[in-house]
Design a protein around this ligand. Structure first.
Ligand code: NAG
Ligand code: NAG
Ligand code: NAG
Length: 379
């Protein structure tokens, strides 16, 4: 691109002009940009000063960019005082996006020149464009966007959770993830090879149905009537699953934790949880709650008649409901403090009111008394 406003001339050799190799440059943030140009002027002039300026306004004396504190540290003049006016601007940032022109001043009052229209520099960052969420098994394509077109030679590289991805690069600035797996979820960013700048990361959320539903029971050991028991349903899914609880086949509650504050024997049974999200559902294996309790509903039964003749024993037998079953029984005669017998059955040989007491490791309970009448034998 040849500078405009060159004075009319029949021959371009030796006349005023600045020629830039590129009129537009798209540069990546943090990179170094070389703006190359050459300049000419008629013979007989001596170059006194060469400099670059930005956004020059015609009719105003443009300032020297190298005197601008925003630029002075980053600007390096690579040209000379004859014909080469190349500069390098390093660590470019987005606010460097301007129009830059080369100006030179000679030893003669009319011998000043600004090369319009200069170089338009656009500094871009990179942005990952990705769907907010994708379902496992679907294909997804991520794009590394720049606000201007970077050179064709640019090679994009991709990172997941800051680790470079070596495979599945597709197209120039696209990353194609085929049949997405849940392990593909993560923070994606992109960069250009041989550049330090890395785009902000974008989270790719991979949705999948519940897997591995399972129940843990607290306490994990023996459960005794009256205990606080919590069932915890764990499942892996995205989004988190809604949990339903079933005892046998009957729905009993929802929520990840199913809690029974004072467990009773009625709560014994098989429990499972169902995890469900919009992508699917999964049943856990069943867990069995076996609630232990001390003997209750103790009763004494009499074999044969409660009224018998002396010499024939009456056999009383004690039954109880308990978990585990009671193995230990004591027999008492009302109004006597010490036991008169042991074992599940007892032979009463005299009249009286008898009761039994059943024991397991969780406690004991006594029955109501039963009356036995033994008639004397009259000789
Ligand atoms: C101008 O100078 C730069 C830096 O020294 C060099 O790379 C470039 O080739 C030169 N351009 C011309 C046209 O001589
Ligand atoms: C994903 O891409 C592959 C290859 O292009 C294609 O065979 C497959 O059908 C696509 N899968 C889906 C879910 O679109
Ligand atoms: C339920 O189990 C999960 C692990 O599977 C654990 O992180 C969580 O703390 C448990 N919740 C309760 C209330 O025990």
């Amino acid at each position: 691109v040849t500078a405009s406003l060159a004075p009319p001339t029949d021959t371009h050799f030796g006349y005023w002009g600045v020629s830039y190799s590129h009129s537009h440059i798209c540069a990546l943030k943090d990179s170094s940009v070389i703006m190359s140009c050459t300049y000419t002027y008629p013979t007989g002039y001596k170059i006194m000063k060469v400099f670059w300026t930005k956004n020059p306004v015609m009719g105003e004396e443009p300032p020297d960019l190298s005197k601008d504190p925003e630029y002075s540290q980053r600007l390096q003049y690579l040209g000379d005082k004859q014909q080469n006016c190349t500069i390098r601007l390093s660590h470019v940032r987005q606010k460097d996006s301007h129009k830059y022109c080369f100006r030179f001043i000679t030893d003669q009052p009319d011998g000043k020149w600004t090369g319009y229209p200069g170089v338009t520099l656009t500094v871009t960052d990179l942005q990952v464009e990705a769907p907010e969420r994708v379902t496992e098994g679907h294909n997804v394509s991520l794009t590394c966007k720049s606000s201007c077109t970077l050179t064709d030679r640019a090679t994009f590289i991709w990172y997941r959770n800051s680790q470079p991805l070596t495979e599945r690069r597709d197209g120039n600035n696209q990353l194609l993830l085929q049949s997405v797996r849940r392990e593909d979820a993560g923070r994606y960013s992109c960069a250009l090879q041989e550049h330090t700048y890395i785009s902000p990361a974008v989270y790719l959320n991979v949705m999948y149905p519940p897997t591995e539903s399972f129940v843990t029971v607290n306490p994990s050991g023996e459960i005794v009537e009256g205990d606080l028991v919590t069932l915890n349903c764990s499942s892996d899914s995205n989004p988190p699953a809604e949990i339903s609880w079933f005892k046998g086949g009957t729905f009993v509650g929802s929520g990840r934790i199913y809690s029974i504050s004072k467990i009773s024997s009625d709560h014994s049974g098989e429990y499972k949880c169902k995890s469900r999200n919009k992508h699917g559902e999964k049943d856990s294996d069943a867990v069995t709650l076996n609630v232990m309790y001390p003997p209750k509903t103790i009763s004494v039964s009499i074999n044969g008649s409660a009224e018998i003749v002396e010499g024939d024993p009456v056999t009383l037998s004690c039954s109880s409901d308990s978990n585990p079953p009671a193995l230990n029984f004591s027999w008492f005669k009302e109004n006597q403090s010490s036991a008169v017998g042991s074992g599940q059955s007892f032979n009463a040989l005299q009249s009286g009111r008898f009761y039994c007491e059943a024991h397991n490791q969780h406690g004991s309970q006594r029955s109501d008394a039963v009356a036995v009448t033994v008639h004397g034998v009259y000789h």
